[in-house]
Design a protein around this ligand. Structure first.
Ligand code: NDP
Length: 295
């Protein structure tokens, strides 16, 4: 069997919570799994389940045609992959980098891989460790579709949905950034809301059912406004940005009255007022996406 057609083994570099979950799912699917982590001793449970512990990253990558890397960021994956011995062992093999970072780092890694004869697909994981190996995991990939398809049967062992987004190697990281933007902005709003609610004597548990109701408004809004945003038609028929800015000011004033930092909402209100000042006051809030990109 050629090194490329062997679909029965895989190597995982990086055994943080996510790397361990990935290796565990591969084991569960019956693959031969070789693991390595910078700090030794993180593979005990995986070895007990049948994984092989490699003494070095070069030994690990030589054990399978496909290496999945999942470390904190691309400084870390560079530190592992770009060692001479590792690059030499990877020649002709495939790396799928599921570490998170920015598109430029994915492009830089692809360029390095090309120079060293390493076959490279970039990827991103959009769901927590608990989803790995279940139907709920969401995996994004970019780069050569042919290469992705070749390794898809092994990657499918991770469960969930796997989407190839295009040949531009930076595309998975670009989706990751946009989606993390939504997630962390929302989480920041939630943390801030809990502080304001607490200052008003409302517990998080009391607020929770209503907070969930607010969150439930968002999915249909995302879908509905997407086509508008692409077409540049920001209808404010239901809620013009003049009205939205007014409610943002309430959040700022109520927070600051309790001595709670409100600069994030102040910035957003300021941007909404900029939309109005540019003559778009009757548009919807999502006009902001266009105005933000203006110098
Ligand atoms: P971390 O992001 O904390 O990454 C920990 C891993 O990175 C460990 O294996 C650690 O090794 C390794 N590492 C850090 N610095 C270096 C370095 N300089 N050289 C070599 N290895 C290094 O934990 P996770 O496992 O949770 O996340 C891994 C990736 O998965 C991240 O990019 C994260 O954003 C992404 N992800 C995680 C999710 C989650 O729910 N956890 C969800 C979606 C994506 P050591 O043990 O030696 O420190």
């Amino acid at each position: 069997m050629s090194v490329h057609t062997d679909q029965s083994s895989v190597t995982v570099l990086g055994l943080g919570p996510m790397g361990r979950a990935l290796a565990g799912a591969f084991l569960e699917a019956g693959l031969r799994v070789t693991v390595w982590n910078r700090t030794p001793g993180r593979d005990g449970e995986l070895v007990a389940r049948g994984a092989t512990s490699a003494a070095s990253p070069e030994e690990a990558v030589a054990a399978a045609p496909l290496t999945v890397v999942c470390v904190v960021n691309y400084d870390a994956s560079d530190a592992v992959l770009r060692q001479d011995a590792v690059a030499a062992a990877l020649k002709g093999r495939t790396v799928v980098n599921l570490s998170a970072d920015i598109p430029e780092r994915a492009r830089d890694t692809a360029e390095w891989a090309g120079r060293h004869g390493v076959r490279y697909v970039d990827g991103a994981i959009m769901t927590p460790t608990t989803t790995i190996g279940t139907d709920d995991g969401v995996f994004l990939y970019s780069g050569s579709e042919e290469l992705y398809r070749e390794h898809q049967p092994v990657l499918a062992a991770l469960g969930g949905s796997h989407t190839h987004l295009g040949e531009d190697i930076g595309r998975a990281a670009a989706y990751d950034i946009a989606l993390l933007d939504i997630f962390w902005t929302s989480m920041a709003g939630y943390a801030h809301a809990l502080a304001v609610a607490r200052a008003e004597g409302i517990s998080a548990v009391e607020l929770a059912p209503f907070a969930a109701g607010i969150a439930a408004i968002l999915p249909p809004v995302f879908t509905e406004f997407a086509a508008d945003a692409d077409a540049g038609t920001y209808s404010g028929r239901v809620n013009p940005v003049t009205s939205a800015a007014s409610t943002m000011a309430h959040v700022v004033h109520a927070s600051e009255a309790h001595g709670i930092e409100a600069s994030v909402m102040r910035v957003i209100e300021g941007q909404a007022r900029r939309v109005i000042a540019l003559g778009h006051g009757t548009d919807g809030f999502i006009r902001l996406a266009e105005v933000l990109a203006r110098r």
